[in-house]
Design a protein around this ligand. Structure first.
Ligand code: UDP
Ligand code: MG
Length: 162
């Protein structure tokens, strides 16, 4: 009963997190996934994926008028990406903090970009900027019913349920 309650209490928000092609090519997949695991969020979807152009363009459609849009889409298509969905109360904002500022030179040490990248055009990871975009991006990259429902054995050690 405690266990079920703990699971319910984190079933509130999802973030779409993606390791970009530079992160995959540089062998940073385990390092990056490990940071989200250790934080205590719950992994509910995961795949290695060679992205088609229409998905990359849709994902970044809000940036389509920017001068870097073409290069950005090319970057995302330049090799496989790792697509993930992480779930938990506050996961959207927290994932953005773990990832760090868009420009890696401004990202704090201790963040993924602050520790592992030097340039905005090769900033190794994406994280949704709102709960609404977490839902939208998850639907775009995984489809509607792709999330796995499971009970992490450690949930009661991460989340107090009362
Ligand atoms: N980007 C870029 N040049 C810029 C700004 C952004 O190449 O001047 C790329 C970068 O890969 C960034 C992505 O576009 O991660 C999306 O930009 P956004 O402002 O949404 O940053 P994010 O949410 O990824 O921190
Ligand atoms: Mg963004």
């Amino acid at each position: 009963r405690r266990h079920a309650a703990a699971t319910l209490s984190i079933r509130s928000e999802i973030s779409y997190v993606m390791i970009k092609p530079d992160g995959v090519q540089r062998g940073l997949v385990g390092e990056i996934i490990g940071r989200f695991e250790r934080k205590g969020f719950k992994l509910v979807a995961l795949k290695l994926f060679q992205c088609p152009k229409d998905i990359a363009e849709e994902h970044y459609k809000d940036l389509s008028s920017k001068p870097f849009f073409g290069a950005l889409v090319e970057y995302i298509l330049s090799g496989p990406v790792v697509c993930m969905v992480w779930e938990g109360a506050g996961v959207v904002k927290s994932a953005r903090k773990l990832i760090g500022a868009t420009n890696p030179l401004e990202a704090e040490p201790g963040t993924i970009r602050g520790d592992l990248a030097v340039q905005v055009g090769r900033n190794v990871v994406h994280g949704s900027d709102s709960a609404e975009n977490g839902e939208r991006e998850t639907a775009l990259w995984f489809g509607k019913d792709a999330l796995v429902s499971w009970e992490p054995a450690l949930a009661p050690w991460l989340i107090e349920s009362n």
